[in-house]
Design a protein around this ligand. Structure first.
Ligand SMILES: [Zn+2]
Ligand SMILES: [Zn+2]
Length: 208
């Protein structure tokens, strides 16, 4: 496996939509398509991707999922979400999807519902699922090689908010401590803001 990674900032917040490709097998996936437009489409094509194997969702908030249906229609990819987060795709009071986006194409169901410890085959390896509730009840992190896709659970020197529906501060703190206890170092690829590393966060993140 020879992994390459790109980030495309999408939407109004903005959100990091991570694009990963194994250049040996041309397998690929995207993480958190918070918005779909020409910028993301061009980024995928420039990266040599015309079909996705997966669209991984770290959680169901609108700023991570508004581009899902359009990305899926054009590039395929099985949508992956934690089982306890499934309702977020159809329930706007959970996803916080604004009524202004009513006309946007939507996907109400994930193709693959995962739980803690599940793995997804990818190229000649596997993507590991860690259930890290707290920001939302079904927030997950995905691990592949030295990459940790953290969604809104862990940010550079900060953590996700817990005041939104199904958020829980005690759970979030135990989730980020669980990440800190992972063996070795990882590139931390969050849902917003700059990339960091687990070793940096162990030293400088007050919540860890
Ligand atoms: Zn969120
Ligand atoms: Zn977010």
């Amino acid at each position: 496996m020879k992994l390459e990674i790109r980030v495309c900032e999408v939407g109004f917040l903005p959100t990091n939509c991570w694009l990963v490709k194994d250049s040996e097998t041309s397998r690929s996936f995207a993480v958190d398509p918070g918005w779909y437009d020409e910028t993301l489409e061009h980024a995928l094509h420039a990266f040599g991707i015309d079909r996705l194997d997966y669209i991984l969702l770290t959680h169901g908030h609108h700023d991570h999922t508004l581009g899902l249906a359009q990305l899926n229609a054009r590039f395929g990819g099985k949508t992956v979400l934690h089982e306890s987060e499934a309702a977020f795709l159809s329930d706007d009071s959970l996803s916080l999807r604004h009524p202004a986006f009513k006309g946007l194409p939507r996907t109400d169901k994930a193709d693959i519902l995962v739980k803690d410890g599940d793995t997804l085959p990818f190229a000649d390896g596997e993507i590991r699922v860690l259930h890290t509730p707290g920001h939302t009840r079904g927030s997950v992190c995905y691990l592949l090689g030295d990459m940790l896709f953290a969604g809104d659970t862990l940010f550079q020197e900060s953590v996700g908010r817990t005041d939104l529906p199904t958020g829980n501060t005690a759970q979030l703190l135990s989730s980020v401590r669980r990440l800190a206890a992972l063996e070795g170092d990882f590139r931390v690829l969050p849902g917003h803001g700059p990339e960091t590393t687990l070793s940096h966060e162990r030293k400088h993140n007050p919540y860890l």
